[in-house]
Design a binder for this molecule. Structure first.
Ligand SMILES: [Zn+2]
Length: 176
């Protein structure tokens, strides 16, 4: 344990936009509302009331319903940290809803797997533009998967409705 003091700072507009977008995509994949994003830097031990104390130095953490990201990370690491912490946010939502609580090890494993699953194609030294393009593609792929799943469910529901109401299924129905 190495108690660390973190002070909230204001990130550049570009970094704020990138992190917000990463949290947005990760939240969509996790099926939760996007948490707020804040940035921090590590500071020397202080009694100032506005610092957040963590048990170890961290690239990011999730607390007070917000994702906190260290301000000095590159594009790729910023995205990874956002995904990791959004996974923790999602775990908390699940815990509140179902009382399914993970051990520290299991919750870390889940967050790491979430990043591996979705971000393994992200280049370490991705430029800002590459990072945004990567997130756009990831979101598009995910939404396409959702649409396909949804289409299958709608088809099933239609068939059930037709069977329940003893409607003769007709091909090529025209709606007016
Ligand atoms: Zn973690």
């Amino acid at each position: 344990m190495e108690i660390t003091f973190n002070r909230i700072v204001r990130a550049s507009r570009a970094k704020q936009a990138l992190a917000k977008r990463a949290v947005e995509v990760a939240s969509a994949i996790s099926g939760i509302q996007s948490p707020r994003v804040e940035f921090f830097e590590m500071v020397a031990p202080t009694r100032a009331p506005d610092v957040i104390v963590t048990e170890v130095p961290a690239l990011g953490f999730y607390t007070r319903s917000a994702v906190f990201v260290r301000n000095d990370l590159g594009n790729s690491q910023t995205i990874k940290t956002c995904f990791h912490e959004t996974s923790h946010a999602s775990q908390q939502v699940t815990a509140r809803r179902t009382l399914r609580v993970l051990s520290d090890n299991a919750s870390e494993r889940e967050a790491r797997l979430f990043c591996l699953e979705h971000l393994s194609g992200l280049r370490h030294d991705a430029s800002e533009k590459e990072a945004i393009v990567f997130l756009d593609r990831l979101e598009k792929r995910f939404k396409q998967q959702l649409r396909e799943r949804c289409a299958a469910l709608v088809k099933q529901a239609n068939q059930r409705f037709i069977a329940m109401n003893r409607i003769k299924a007709v091909n090529g129905v025209e709606y007016r």
